[in-house]
Design a protein around this ligand. Sequence first.
Ligand code: PEP
Ligand code: MG
Length: 358
Amino acid sequence: GDELVAAVHRIMSHADSARRLAVRANADNAEDAARARRFGAQGIGLCRTEHMFLGDRRQLVEDLVLADGDDERERALAALEPLQRADFTEIFRAMDGLPVTVRLLDPPLHEFLPDHTELAVKVALAGDRATGRDRRLLAAVKRLHEQNPMLGLRGVRLGLVVPGLFAMQVRAIAEAARAVPGARAEIMIPLVGAVQELECVREEAAGILAEAGVEAAVGTMIEVPRAALTAGQIAEAAEFFSFGTNDLTQMTWGFSRDDVEAAFFSRYLDLGVFGVSPFETLDRAGVGRLVRIAAEEGRRARPGLKLGICGEHGGDPDSIHFCHEVGLDYVSCSPFRVPVARLEAGRAALACAGSDTR
Ligand code: PEP
Ligand code: MG
C-alpha cells in the first residue's frame, strides 16, 4: 500500500515538473472545489453558475421571468444577489487564493423554465381555480418557447436581453472576492460570437468591478465557430480565452450534443470519419483547426493572451496532447480527471521535447 502510494507520488511529481500546461478543474460548489484541490487542481477553470438558479431557487427565477417592468425585475434580481454572493464566497474560500473563473449564466432556457406540458396540464385541470401566477407563468413559458434552445437565448444573449442579470452576478462576484482575502476571481462570458456582445457586457462589468475596488480579469469562452474565426477582434476585448469545446464541437459538426448517442454515429465510426466520438476526443482536423486559428489570431492581437480549455476534452488524454501542442496555458476538467490530466500534460511535454513536433 505505502509503496504504491509513494510510487504514484513520484510519478505525479515527475509529470508535474515536466508539464507546461496548468491543470484546473470544473467545479461549481465548495465541495467540488475542495475535491479538485485534493487532486492537485491549480484553480477552477469553469465555475458554471446555472445550477445556482435551480432547486429551491426556482421560485426566484420564476419571479424574474414573470417580472413586469423594471421595478419587479430589479426586486427579483435583488432577491437572488445575496444567494449568489454566498455561493461565490464559499468557492473562493475553498480555493484559498487560487484563480476561479466564474462563468456568467448560460442556461438553455428549457432547463430553466417550468416544463410547459406539466404547467399546461396543471392549469387545465385547475380550470377556473388556476392561480393567476400559474396562468401568467404558462403564458411566459409559451412566449419564451424555442425550437432549438441550445442555439437560442443562452449565455451572453440572455445577459444582453435581461437588463441587470449579468450586473447582479458581477456584483455578487466582486463582493464575494472582496470578502475573501486573496480571492482571485476571473469573469467569463459565455457563447460570444461577436466582439460587440463582449464589449457590451465587459464595459458594464468593468464599471461594477471598479466601483467595488476589485480587480478581476474579464474574458470569454470561445465556443461559437464565429468567435474562433474573429478571434483577433474578440481578443481586443478579452483578457483570456477559454475554449468551450462541447459547444464548439456541436456547432462545428452540426451534431446535437444532447443526442450524442445518435443512431448514425455508429455508421460514422464504420466509415472511419472518426475513431471516437468528437465529443470525447477533440477532432483535430475541424474543431482543432478552429482552436488553432483562435489561439494564433488571439495572441497576435493581444500578446500573452491567456488560453485555456474547459470543455469535456480538457480531461481527455489525446485532446490534452493537442492542447499542449497548440500552446494553451491550461486545461480544466472534472475534479476526478485532474490526476490523469496532470500525468498526460507531463507526457505531452516530454513527447514534444523528444520529437520536437511543434
Ligand atoms: C462547452 O461548451 O464546452 C462548455 C464548457 O460549456 P457548457 O458545457 O456549459 O456549455
Ligand atoms: Mg458551452
